[in-house]
Ligand binder design. Structure first.
Ligand code: SF4
Length: 456
């Protein structure tokens, strides 16, 4: 993606892994249009902001960023240079033409279901600004260009692959069903072809993505719908696959077969992200999560039964409308009980168009802040304890990239912990045994185990 004469594109992605995946796909499309990627926004002929709408702060961040880009566009104009601005992703889908009125410097607003048409939309926007947020009938995945082997190699040995998109669950706080549409599962054939290209260019670890990935029900070659555990078995058997992960799951769809896959599928890593949001049944009901805290406990127990060494992470919202001290205490008690290797914790943020935004008993910000602080303190304590429990153990690390220090490389453990150790970059793409000697902030430090040193 880096030829000197090419037009340059700067792509910035906010939010979830699926936005990272979409940003890479947009990069592939634009590469075919003669753009080369740049990390320096000042030199970009095209700026693409791939936005997240999950929290108010995320959306407002986009507008302040657009203010800065507008100034940059003006400065470049004075130097005789054109700059095109595209707003993509979930804020684009949710706010559409509102973005053009709040940020007139924007040329194109395109939702997550339409970025496959970037070339023609960019052409159209030469005449006047364009907004494209319809939900098309065509399956975008079928028309997305494949990344080149060089591009895949440049992106590393670990890759996301979207297998399911959209959501039919309609939790009362969430915008995803409105911005990503109803649940759609890609075919096994399409996913297989994409993964074959990735492994052929050195990818060793695949994370299957979906807003509700464990509700996956794509068609197999015979045209029969299959589940996520079937897809995981299929992918695990593909050449070049060393490690498999999947995210994001819903407790309701954590069935026995998928739980058993954590014992029987050799490539599936012992790490599961399973959002629960609250430890109070009353709040889960107001959130329309359609499961109880006990359902969540059963899902955790089911997986742990088959894979006792599995690590769990989760999502929590504090300050949901109507949340009392007792509800919050129930959340803290659930966290204490399960013990998480990590967790994403958020203050409830009313999203326009979602039922919860109009609910009574909105919780004061100060109360939300206090609850978030207590929850984060507990989660951090658990995360540190989990990490420290690795010191003195030997872990298999998938080496991903050069480390921060000279002579160092870094990679991930099966529990998705970052590990840095001395070693040659020739190890990138390999799984090596590393003795863990220290736990530092958010990562581990190790050294190649004797056995590896003998081999290296
Ligand atoms: S299941 Fe997840 S993506 Fe779907 S509505 Fe609920 S929070 Fe949003």
């Amino acid at each position: 993606m880096t030829t000197a004469s090419a037009k340059r594109v700067f792509v910035k992605s906010y939010g979830c892994q699926m936005n990272v995946y979409d940003a890479e796909r947009m990069g592939d499309i634009l590469e075919r249009e003669g753009y080369s990627g740049t990390d320096n926004i000042e030199e970009a002929d095209l700026v693409v902001l791939n936005t997240c709408h999950i929290r108010e702060k995320a959306a407002e961040k986009v507008y302040s960023e657009l203010g800065r880009i507008r100034e940059m566009k003006r400065n470049r104009k004075r130097q005789g240079l054109e700059t095109r601005i595209v707003v993509a992703g979930c804020v684009a889908q949710a706010e559409g033409a509102e973005i053009l009125s709040r940020a007139p410097a924007v040329d194109l607003v395109v939702g997550p279901q339409n970025y496959q048409n970037l070339p023609s939309l960019l052409q159209q926007s030469l005449k006047k600004p364009v907004v494209e947020t319809e939900f098309p009938t065509e399956d975008k995945f079928g028309v997305l260009p494949a990344p080149t082997p060089q591009t895949i190699r440049a992106r590393g040995v670990s890759s996301f692959v979207t297998v399911q998109e959209g959501c039919d669950k309609f939790c009362t706080f969430c915008v995803v069903p409105y911005t990503r549409g109803s649940e759609y599962s890609r075919t096994v054939q399409e996913i297989t072809a994409e993964i074959e290209r990735l492994t052929a260019s050195g990818v060793r670890e695949i994370t299957l993505l979906g807003q509700n990935v464990n509700a996956y029900h794509g068609l197999d070659e015979a045209g029969e719908p299959v589940t996520l555990s079937h897809l995981l078995d299929h992918v695990a058997a593909m050449p070049g696959i060393a490690r498999l992960r999947y995210t994001t799951s819903h407790p309701l769809d954590m069935d026995e077969t998928l739980a058993r896959a954590h014992r029987d599928n050799p490539a599936l890593m012992p790490y599961l992200h399973l959002p629960v949001q609250s430890g109070s049944d009353r709040i889960l009901d107001l959130m329309n999560r359609r499961h109880t805290v006990d359902d969540f406990r059963s899902a955790i127990a089911r997986v742990k039964h088959y894979r006792p060494d599995i690590a769990f992470s989760s999502d929590f919202i504090v300050g949901f409308p109507g949340e009392t001290d007792a509800d919050f205490a129930a959340t803290m008690q659930l966290v204490e009980e399960v013990g998480f290797s990590s967790a994403y914790t958020f203050k409830y943020s009313p999203r326009p168009g979602t039922p919860a935004a109009d609910m009574a008993d909105q919780v004061p910000e100060a109360v939300k802040d206090a609850r978030l602080q207590s929850l984060q303190a507990l989660v951090t304590k658990q995360q540190r304890a989990f990490q420290e429990s690795m010191v003195g153990r030997t872990l298999d690390i998938l080496v991903e990239r050069p480390g921060r220090k000279p002579g160092q490389v870094s990679g991930k453990s099966p529990h998705l912990l970052a590990v840095a150790f001395e070693g040659s970059t020739d190890l990138i793409g390999q799984i090596v045994s590393v003795d863990i000697v220290e736990s530092v902030t958010n990562s581990l430090v190790g050294q190649l185990s004797n056995r590896e040193r003998a081999v290296a």
